[in-house]
Design a protein around this ligand. Structure first.
Ligand code: GDP
Length: 195
């Protein structure tokens, strides 16, 4: 079995609320190895490259809004002037580009077996109000889609965590050079794995 790597980004709301340490501690405590860390002002270009420029990604994001609005009996047209999922996803991405530049962001690369499943589990549901207690988003945030959309901004959900192994590798390349990533053995690994 191969180890996986994931990119974590503490977004501007996490940085501004002063909970970088609290968030990163959760990943360290569960046993993930930190192999890269840095603080950076994001550029527009990096954010554009970080979030996929594909119809599939726009559709996933747009459909999240549409499903949520349907449940609450709201009309997406009132905010987005359209009910097309791809068009809604594109608008949310434009908000993400602004949001990521509101403050420096804190970037971390972690490594472990089953890393992707673990970082997603610890982060919790994308929509904070639906994120389970015990997750980062569930414990430290409470935003809703309709409020975020009404205020023309992305959900303030504190953290980005890579969703797939392939996305993780692609995202790490956007933010880190090879020299900024460290290959070393963590004492705890000896006791967690049979090495
Ligand atoms: P993640 O992997 O859980 O961060 O979710 P996605 O990759 O699908 O979306 C990226 C980010 O866009 C999310 O973390 C939110 O900050 C924001 N976002 C996603 N969907 C919506 C939405 O429907 N409305 C708003 N306002 N923001 C959204």
């Amino acid at each position: 079995m191969k180890k996986q790597r994931a990119l974590l980004i503490i977004k501007p709301d996490g940085v501004q609320r002063g909970i970088i340490g609290k968030i990163i501690t959760r990943f360290e405590t569960v046993g993930l190895k930190i192999i890269g860390l840095k603080f950076e002002w994001a550029t527009k270009e990096k954010v554009i490259t970080h979030y996929p420029e594909t119809d599939a990604w726009f559709k996933k994001v747009g459909e999240r809004t549409l499903t949520n609005y349907e449940k609450k009996g709201l009309d997406a047209k009132s905010v987005f002037k359209t009910n097309d999922a791809v068009a809604i996803g594109k608008i949310v991405k434009s908000w993400l580009i602004e949001y990521f530049q509101e403050s420096p962001v804190f970037l971390t690369v972690v490594e472990s077996y089953d890393c992707i499943e673990i970082v997603r589990k610890l982060s919790g549901n994308t929509i904070p109000v639906m994120a389970a207690p015990g997750t980062i988003r569930g414990d430290f945030s409470h935003d809703t889609i309709d409020l975020a959309n009404e205020q023309n901004r992305p959900l303030r959900n504190l953290i980005h965590a890579s969703d797939t192994v392939e996305d993780g590798e692609k995202e790490i390349k956007v933010w880190f050079n090879d020299e900024e990533l460290f290959d070393y053995e963590l004492a705890a690994e000896k006791f967690m794995y049979k090495i």
